[in-house]
Structure formats: C-alpha cells, structure tokens
Design a protein around this ligand. Structure first.
Ligand code: SF4
Length: 330
C-alpha cells in the first residue's frame, strides 16, 4: 500500500507551479473506518467535523465513488489506527523519498498529509517536519487549538469554515494571519464580509463589516503561497452539495442585501459617490469616505452599515461585486 500519492488537484498545482513536487495522503474521513480507542470510544480523524461537512464531504464525490479509490483510503486509515508505529515508519520513509526525488529535480516537496482528515501531525509525527519540505493542510480546529506558535515553521494551515464556524472564530484566524477557506455554491464572489467583532460597542446605529478579498482556491492546492488576509474560495463539488440547502455552502446570489446604504472606510478612497449595483435585485450601495481608516490593509476594509435598513434575513455574510473591487483597489 502506498500512503503518499497524487490527485487531480496536486497534478493541477504542479502545472501552475512546476517548481513543486506536490503530493497528498488521503484517508477515509471522520469515523468511516470504525475503530475504538483504549477507552472504547470511536476514533475520528476529523475531530472538528460538522454534521454538514460530514454529509457533503468530497470523499464521496468524483473518483471517490469508485471502490478502487475508496479502498486504499480506508486501508490507510485502518493502518494508521491499528498499527501506528509501523504506519509512522512507512509514512516517514515515503515522505523522505519524495523529498529526495524533489530535490534531485531541483524542486520543493509540497506535502498535504490531511487529505480527508484533520490529524495533528505536529504531535503524531513531529519528525516529518525535520525534512526539508513544505507541509500544508486545511483544518477545522479553532485557531487557539493549533496556533501558529505551536506548529513547526514549515507547516502552513488554512482554516476551513463550516456551518459551526462563528464570527469570533473567523476573527481569531484572520487576526493571527491564518486565511479561511469557504465553500460557495456556484461561482466565487469577489469579496466576502462578516460583522466586525465589536460592532455593538463602537457604533450604536450602524453595523461594521469586515471585508476580505476572495481568491480562487481551485486553481492550485499550494495554500502556503497565498497572501494574507484572504478568503480561499472553493466551489461546491458533487451533485448533493450543489442541490442541498446548507449553511456549510454559501449561496452567492446577493439576495440577502435588501436595499441598503453602506459606508466604506478605506484609506485609499477619497470623495463621495454612489454605485448602482446588482441590477437583479435593484440594490443600491452608497459609498463614501470618512478618512478614518488608515491602518486598514489593502485586503480588508470596514463597512458601516445603516442599522435601520438591515434586512431581516441578514446574518454575518455579504457579497460585494466587482464594481466595489475597483473602488477598493483602484
Ligand atoms: S472535516 Fe473535512 S475531511 Fe472531515 S468530514 Fe469534514 S469535510 Fe470531510
């Protein structure tokens, strides 16, 4: 059994970034492989998975529907649970072989050990990080359970949002320099926004929104090359996920806006003007500067939102289309 392999996404990454040898290790997620620990508890390889992410996990989509793909993923997971010492030895041998092959070809070995899992490799196999390689993963662990200072310097994590993610968790990740991956229904928006942490105290009649650029996470899997702060946008894959009503997958149809006025604080922006946006629903954004936001970085801005106009269905998510993109970056 081979532990470290390629998939469609790693192959794509190698095309866009030929300086990397990109590989992944794929398990069967959460408790698909049933194994009880010494206390009789069912083991999971995704401790912070949510009901919706388990229901919609990519594990069962694409080639994952075929037995010859599913089977090795289950075998690897079983091996990890049942013979951890042997597993670790093989895991390290394969990782160093890949590192050697990469170096021979003057490349860097970029390795994602958590394909369909969320294992704490920094604890399970710290020796992995002694190799001259770049390791990266998506994780659903809240930031404080895997802070940057607890990780080896060659281990990069991107937080993966689920329906259980709170606004505070988003802030915790961003304020500590960790990007957040978000699954969108059909296409990616240019921006994703959520309410600022302290909007209640600072503004009695307005809501404050933090806005982040969305990058296309499907182009490459090499997340450690992303700048920060950004939202790593992924489009929903698989028939179930495309149809299902879900809080895990974000709809991108602007419906939640209502007729609102927005006040954008951004240091590069001068002068008042208004934009007519989203002809489909007839929403109008009014954007103006108060010259009050000099410390806000390029990819983040604060929006004050007229509280009286809050649409009843409004939660902590809005989307801004490309016209605002030009305002912010132009
Ligand atoms: S945490 Fe990730 S791998 Fe695990 S079930 Fe959820 S989506 Fe799948």
């Amino acid at each position: 059994m081979v532990l470290i392999t390629q998939n469609t996404k790693t192959k794509k990454s190698e095309k866009t970034s030929p300086e990397y040898r990109n590989r992944i290790m794929q398990f069967a997620p959460h408790s698909v492989v049933q194994h009880r620990n010494d206390d009789g508890k069912l083991e999971t390889v995704c401790k912070h998975s949510s009901p919706e992410c388990r229901a919609l996990c990519l594990y069962g989509t694409g080639y994952g529907i075929f037995e010859n793909v599913k089977h090795p993923r289950m075998e690897r997971t079983r091996y990890h649970h049942e013979r951890p010492v042997e597993f670790k030895e093989k895991f390290l041998t394969e990782a160093s072989n890949n590192a050697r092959l990469a170096s021979k070809a003057s490349k860097t070995f970029a390795f994602r050990p958590n394909g369909f899992s969320d294992v704490l490799w920094e604890n399970v196999c710290p020796e992995l990080f002694d190799l001259d390689i770049q390791v990266y993963d998506y994780t659903k662990y809240p930031y404080h359970e895997r802070p940057v200072e607890s990780l080896p310097s060659n281990y990069h994590l991107t937080y993966s949002r689920s329906e259980k993610t709170t606004r505070k968790m988003m802030h915790d990740n961003f304020s500590n320099g960790r990007n957040v991956a978000v699954v969108f229904r059909d296409k990616l928006p240019d921006f994703y926004a959520f309410l600022s942490k302290d909007y209640y105290n600072k503004y009695s009649y307005e809501m404050v929104w933090n806005v982040y650029s969305v990058i296309d996470g499907d182009v490459s899997d090499l997340r450690f090359n992303d700048h920060s702060p950004v939202i790593v946008g992924l489009t929903a894959k698989g028939n179930d996920i495309k149809k299902m009503e879900s809080k895990f997958v974000i709809d991108n149809d602007y419906k939640c806006f209502g007729d609102i006025k927005m006040h954008l604080n951004y240091d590069n922006f001068g002068g008042d003007f208004s934009l007519e946006e989203n002809k489909k629903t007839g929403n109008v954004f009014k954007v103006s500067s108060d010259g009050n936001a000099n410390s806000i970085p390029l990819d983040s801005a604060t929006i004050c939102y007229d509280y009286n106009r809050v649409h009843s269905g409004m939660d902590d998510v809005v989307f801004l289309n490309s016209a605002l993109h030009h305002v912010m970056l132009g």
